[in-house]
Design a protein around this ligand. Sequence first.
Ligand SMILES: Cc1cc2nc3c(=O)[nH]c(=O)nc-3n(C[C@H](O)[C@H](O)[C@H](O)COP(=O)(O)O)c2cc1C
Ligand code: SF4
Ligand code: SF4
Length: 270
Amino acid sequence: MKLLILYFSATGITRTIAKIIGDKFAEIGCQVTISDITSSADRQKTFDFNAYHAVVFGVPIHSWRAPKAVTKWIKTLNGQGKKCSTFFTYGGFGAHPTHYSTGQLLGNQNFIVVSSAEFMGFYAFDRPGRKAREDRIDDSFFEVALEYAGKTYKRFTGEDNTVLEKTNYTEEQLDSIESFKFNVITQLPTREGKSCSMCLICEESCPTEAMKAKYGEADQEKCIACLACVDNCPENALKIKDISDSWSFKVEIEKLTGESMKKQKSKLYL
Ligand SMILES: Cc1cc2nc3c(=O)[nH]c(=O)nc-3n(C[C@H](O)[C@H](O)[C@H](O)COP(=O)(O)O)c2cc1C
Ligand code: SF4
Ligand code: SF4
């Protein structure tokens, strides 16, 4: 079976998981092609889905959804009736709606979504002051990835004809959650006058062409707060606001403890 894995990864977690999942599909006999769709140039390429038996989409969760750049891109695709699957990486908070809302988007573009999975990555917003678990990639990732590949393979071949359920959330509900969460955690990255070597890495690694190295600031309309620029700056010159206070609030409201966070596991959505 020829399989295409397309992944978006701003800070590298989804890329790592895409490779693990690609290896697992290869172990059960698939011929796997992995393609990065993180940069806007990558998302402008045309993919010939007819050359593959099925497609797997891997993306991080941003405010209970696939990142805006990805949802916009999905709306340009023609799935031509292909079977596909999704997997998500996330920090441990609110993955559930993402499986179904992304599945719905793909369904609208004529894909048949057969399964989904979620993997807990490093939480991108640990950088500016949240303190979710950091020891995310452990043996369970490989076990879940293998189970995901095996069960999804059976759905791709038709040995198992089950497909993913539909969402219970409306687009309006998800819009309001997304904008609320986005506003709590986000102040656009800025250099705030710090000197830098003008290496342009921040600009080149920005998936939405929002960062302008010359000014050390992100374009408010285009920035999706993915933190790729902050992560990749070799001088550590870019910052976003410290959100330690909102983390203390979250810990209190959701009664989070180190132990309860450790109990969260990567899992399948079948
Ligand atoms: C803008 C933004 C919003 C996020 N929202 C959520 C969220 O709602 N729930 C969650 O558990 N993790 C959330 N995260 C954490 C990411 O899903 C997690 O860090 C992911 O593994 C990053 O993947 P990447 O390194 O491939 O970009 C968010 C991260 C960013 C940058
Ligand atoms: S990546 Fe950092 S050092 Fe390089 S241009 Fe951007 S802000 Fe300056
Ligand atoms: S400017 Fe915004 S969208 Fe671009 S890399 Fe930085 S955080 Fe991501």
